[in-house]
Design a protein around this ligand. Structure first.
Ligand code: AMP
Length: 394
């Protein structure tokens, strides 16, 4: 009988799952899949360890499934397909661990209540991340569940790097830079020695460019600075989030345009970034396929902002040995990698065009002063590793 660790990554309208088999020191990926469109047209799909389709179901347009329905469907599916295996723990992606949780933790009811208090810091993610923990605890209180945080990796940063220039009466309430995508950065930091000992032992910038996007300066495997701050809307422009914004713009929206806080939240999280600038889509593939001038402009702005942040993070590191691209856009788009790297050419970055088109992993020329890599991230595997660690320590 093999022990299985289930990883759940629950968002506002989707639940992704991955089952990992403990095989000695390794974690082997087994059944994996997701339910998407929970509240519009729910669709479930699962694949087995060989990536063969293992199950699929659609509930139809207009159907609605709660997170609870979704979790129950996934558990029933896994139970029927589990064979001779034993579920020993569930690991969850939780976006915010606040100032307190600097590493993954057993998600007891008290811990979950405490994490709930961080909801105002990540209103669009935290409640959905916590829901499955409570749902599973209700039917399986004996099953260890582990919360793994997107913020934890960044707690290694200095106090200065985490600070805002605000009065202490405000910062003491927890208003500081937290940084996100930490599970992705930690995975890359652990994978980097295989690709480049020089980068792993030196100074690297990792660009996590997905629907959400941020960059992290990493020195000898530790986070030094990040483009994301108090919330996951700071830093780079993203699919639908605006990224860094002069706070004066928010005052203008409130006072001159009479927008209320809900309208502003909707604007900066859901109507901005690539979608807002292009007026076409927040999906990079669609913009790259488009000839529309606004699509071109959105891509120009995106690449330019990455270039500027590379400069800022290189300054935080006092130099640069490697630049790593990861996540949907970073792993798949040679065009965006090329254009972003062009904005950082002054650092001595030279892209090898054919290696870049081929997808890497190394995409810089041998003479490039800074190595450039395209490396797939694996946040779920990172969650599974943390879950194993926490459970083994009990
Ligand atoms: P993620 O959130 O990591 O799944 O990344 C989603 C983003 O990656 C979307 O903007 C996609 O359009 C983008 N993406 C995925 N594949 C490609 C590709 N081949 N070229 C450009 N963008 C891509």
């Amino acid at each position: 009988m093999t022990d299985v660790i289930l990883v759940l990554n629950a968002g506002s309208s989707s639940i992704k799952f991955r089952a990992y088999y403990r095989e000695g020191k390794e974690l082997g990926l087994g059944l994996h899949g997701q339910i998407e469109g929970l509240f519009s047209s729910p669709h479930f799909i699962a694949h087995d360890k060989n990536n063969e389709k293992a199950g699929e179901k659609s509930w139809g347009d207009g159907a609605k499934l709660s997170h609870e329905d979704g979790i129950h469907y996934i558990s029933a599916f896994l139970t029927t397909h589990r064979g001779d295996n034993r579920l020993v723990a569930v690991g969850h992606r939780v976006v915010h661990g606040g100032g307190k949780f600097a590493k993954s933790v057993l998600a007891t009811p008290d811990v979950v209540d405490e994490l709930d208090k961080l909801t105002p810091l990540a209103p669009l993610h935290q409640p959905h991340n916590l829901k499955p923990i409570r749902i599973i605890a209700a039917s399986r209180p004996d099953l260890p569940q582990v919360a793994c945080f997107d913020t934890a990796f960044h707690r290694a940063q200095t106090e200065v790097a985490q600070a805002f220039a605000l009065p202490e009466s405000i910062t003491s309430r927890g208003v500081r830079r937290y940084g996100f995508h930490g599970l992705s950065y930690e995975y890359i930091a652990q994978a980097l020695p295989e690709f480049s000992p020089r980068a792993a032992n030196g100074r690297a910038i990792v660009a996590h460019l997905g629907n959400g996007a941020s960059m992290c300066a990493i020195e000898k495997g530790r986070s030094v600075a990040s483009t994301m701050g108090f919330t996951a809307v700071d830093g780079l422009p993203m699919g639908t989030r605006c990224g860094s914004l002069d706070p004066g713009v928010l005052l203008y929206l409130l006072e001159e345009l009479k927008m209320d806080t809900h309208a502003i939240e909707d604007l900066i999280y859901k109507q901005s970034g690539l979608l807002g600038v292009s007026g076409i889509s927040g999906d990079m593939r669609k913009l790259l396929e488009s000839d529309a001038p606004r699509a071109r402009f959105a891509i120009d702005l995106y690449a330019y902002r990455i270039g500027r942040e590379i400069g800022s993070l290189a300054a935080a590191l006092q130099g640069l040995d490697a630049l790593v691209f990861t996540a949907g856009i970073g792993e798949n788009s040679a065009e965006i990698r090329r254009r972003a790297a062009r904005h950082a050419a002054w650092l001595g970055i030279e892209i090898d065009e054919s290696a870049n088109e081929a997808g890497g992993p190394r995409i810089s020329t041998p003479s490039s002063k800074v190595e450039v890599w395209a490396i797939p991230t694996d946040e779920e595997l990172m969650i599974a590793r943390h879950t194993r660690e926490v459970v083994d320590a009990q």
